[in-house]
Design a protein around this ligand. Structure first.
Ligand SMILES: [Zn+2]
Length: 196
């Protein structure tokens, strides 16, 4: 579809007006990591046509296919490695168990009119049948603590616990800086993790 110069100008002016309005309403924008505004700023507008095709990639995660944002895939590969290294029995059980693990999904947060991080490919649900919302679940603590140390968020700590849920709170730049393509930490970051 061709957009005329006038239409394009109207779009740009409209975007600037929206941005101005947003800033004047809230001097400190809600760009807290994990919020939809933050996700959209760093990972793109999940509502826009073509978002999925441009951004969502398949990764192998504990023996199954997960769909996550291309720019966050390294962080989720790191999460898989944390399961394998710190809770190998649990990792093996997930790989051999039911297909109850989910990832990219264009939907709102359950019971709320807010886009979930699943809609951006920034969240995965692991072993859902054993970790229903509202329970403490069975996710190994040693995986959770390291994930949180490395900039991940775990739903099991929320007021309404969602223990199957893991999401990244790192920007694409932070992820590229810290991890190689296969999810292993770069040398400087590994030194920091070990030393710190
Ligand atoms: Zn989830």
């Amino acid at each position: 579809m061709a957009i005329g110069a006038a239409g394009l100008l109207a779009l740009i002016v409209g975007a600037l007006l929206m941005r101005g309005g947003e800033d004047s309403r809230s001097p400190v924008p809600e760009k807290v990591p994990g919020t939809p505004a933050w996700a959209q700023e760093h990972y793109g507008n999940s509502q826009k046509a073509g978002f999925e095709g441009r951004n969502i990639v398949k990764i192998e995660f504990l023996g199954r296919s997960m769909f996550v944002h291309r720019d966050a895939s390294r962080h989720f590969l790191r999460l898989e490695r944390l399961f394998e290294a710190r809770a190998p029995d649990y990792a093996a059980a997930v790989a051999a168990g039911e297909l109850d693990d989910w990832s990219y999904d264009l939907r709102n947060v359950r019971g709320a009119d807010v886009k979930s991080n699943h809609a951006f490919g920034l969240a995965v649900d692991i072993n859902a049948l054993a970790n229903p919302v509202g329970t403490s679940g069975d996710i190994p603590d040693e995986v959770v603590r390291q994930w949180e140390t490395e900039g991940g968020e775990w739903g099991g700590d929320w007021n309404r616990p969602d223990p199957m849920h893991f999401e990244t709170h790192l920007t694409p730049a932070q992820i590229r800086h810290r991890y190689r393509g296969d999810g292993t930490p770069r040398g400087w970051y590994l030194d920091q993790l070990i030393g710190g």
